[in-house]
Ligand binder design. Sequence first.
Ligand code: ATP
Length: 297
Amino acid sequence: MIEIKNLKKSFDDKAVLKGVDVTFDDGKCNLIIGSSGSGKTVLMKCMVGLIKPTSGGVLYDGDDFVSMNDVEKKTIREKIGMLFQGGALFDSQTVEQNVMFPLDMFTNDKYAKKKNRVKQVLERVQLKEESYHKFPSEISGGMQKRVALARAIVLNPKYLFCDEPNSGLDPQTSLVIDKLIQEITQEYNITTIINTHDMNSVMEIGDHITYMHQGEKEWEGNNKEIILSENQKLNDFIFASEFLKDAKRMRTIQETGEIPKDMPAGVKDAIEEKLNVDLDGDGHIGSPGKNGPPSKE
Ligand SMILES: Nc1ncnc2c1ncn2[C@@H]1O[C@H](COP(=O)(O)OP(=O)(O)OP(=O)(O)O)[C@@H](O)[C@H]1O
């Protein structure tokens, strides 16, 4: 668990974070959303120690990272995995070498043990052995993201930070990467924080969503609550963003009664709840057995 306590950050006299309080739980995909300049990246950088906050706390399982000395901070950093925007793979190293890099840096393990661990995580992200000796330029964008994810989890992190994990990917590949991050988060009970602009991700894997607006936490909730939220700023943000296409789809559904084939299940369920109708005829409003009232048949 990571707790952010009254976190403030100013650059000169410009307040960028104005006292943020939020808790990110284990085993959950915690998404941070908000328009450009709202403070998402500064918040994430304060959490991993790349920026020193002006005041407030960042508690990793109860221990305040901000007030730790360098040795203590190192023990926390060793438990953090990071998936950078664009993947940030080393172009001149093979897939296997890229994933082995953190093991070379932070462990004294023998080569055979490291190789075995690399194989294990590459298998976990479903990368075929034939790509292990390829260079990043020789594999697709989706495969590069898998490699970057494998590298982020190779040291068994307790906390995983992902900055725009879907940037540059098509919607279908984005969904695959989202699902992979979600599965890994649940499987290893990781506290995962994802900075994203992708509303499909919000609907698919948003266990907990923090909406940032002008340096403040304006709203928090899950992917069902976000659709039903009456928060005006949040709704303005949602409808001004990529989600517009889903809003349009919603209108299409209302007008024609047809669900677009490529609509993610989470979006469909949320729209069912918003409209209070069973669009796909599965006998439920929202996801079966979990959310929403039973359909009125
Ligand atoms: N090192 C810095 N020095 C001065 N101002 C900064 C610095 N880093 C960020 N800022 C300012 O802080 C504000 C918040 O920036 P931040 O990068 O956190 O936004 P964001 O929500 O992540 O936006 P985006 O979605 O575009 O990445 C912006 O006004 C930015 O100019």
